[in-house]
Design a protein around this ligand. Sequence first.
Ligand SMILES: [Zn+2]
Length: 256
Amino acid sequence: MVVLCGPEGALLIDTGIHPSAPSVAKAVEAFAGKPVTAVVNTHWHFDHTGGNEFFARRGARVIAHDSVRVRMSRPQFHEVFDYIFPAAPAAALPTLTFPESLTLYFGDEVVHLHHLQPAHTDGDLLVHFTKANVLHAGDTFFNGFYPLIDYSTLGWIGGMVAAEDRALALCDAHTRIIPGHGALGTVDDLKAARTMLATVQGRIEKLLDAGKSVAEVVAAAPTADLDAKWGHGPFTAAQFTGNAAASILRHRQEVG
Ligand SMILES: [Zn+2]
């Protein structure tokens, strides 16, 4: 999460899980001295939108990509978790949505919201605080470990690489990069993640092109030399490999 203090209130990027909202609000008000008046969601997932209703009921405007409102309005089957996320309550839905990009003028700051081609989901945003030189990459960037790719809502590993290329194009050597998961990152951390993802994508595409199934791709352990560095997060190498391979197959189906 990121908080920006403005003269009239605070801007909050992502709202966390539902039960944390009151403690997040307390922390923001202690820090900003003002309530949250605007929220941006980097994508639809429950751990980034769970506090929306809480903040919206206290007067915050919720801003997101068009797809986030659509996804949150209906139950979403998430194949990786084999779980159906129920529709969000109406009060939790974004009330200002956009298809491509939006600029927020918040106090002295100019905040660019960039929609990406499907990467982690089909509604991902990069949130760029242009004056502070801070970038929130949402879940297009997991810092230091294998990411989750939600191919049920059209994310795919090639889109993750493209998203990180777009993020890198907004950065200089001093940009502070907030990942969706993991510690605050640098441009070198983001470059390393991008290189890892592109490497894994290339290896998996080769195996799929040779006719291997997802199970056979996983059995081939195409990330074996990368696992010591990247395999210590919430997803094992096998889970990530299966997830990435399935995302490529789904993407190929979608684009034909
Ligand atoms: Zn996510």
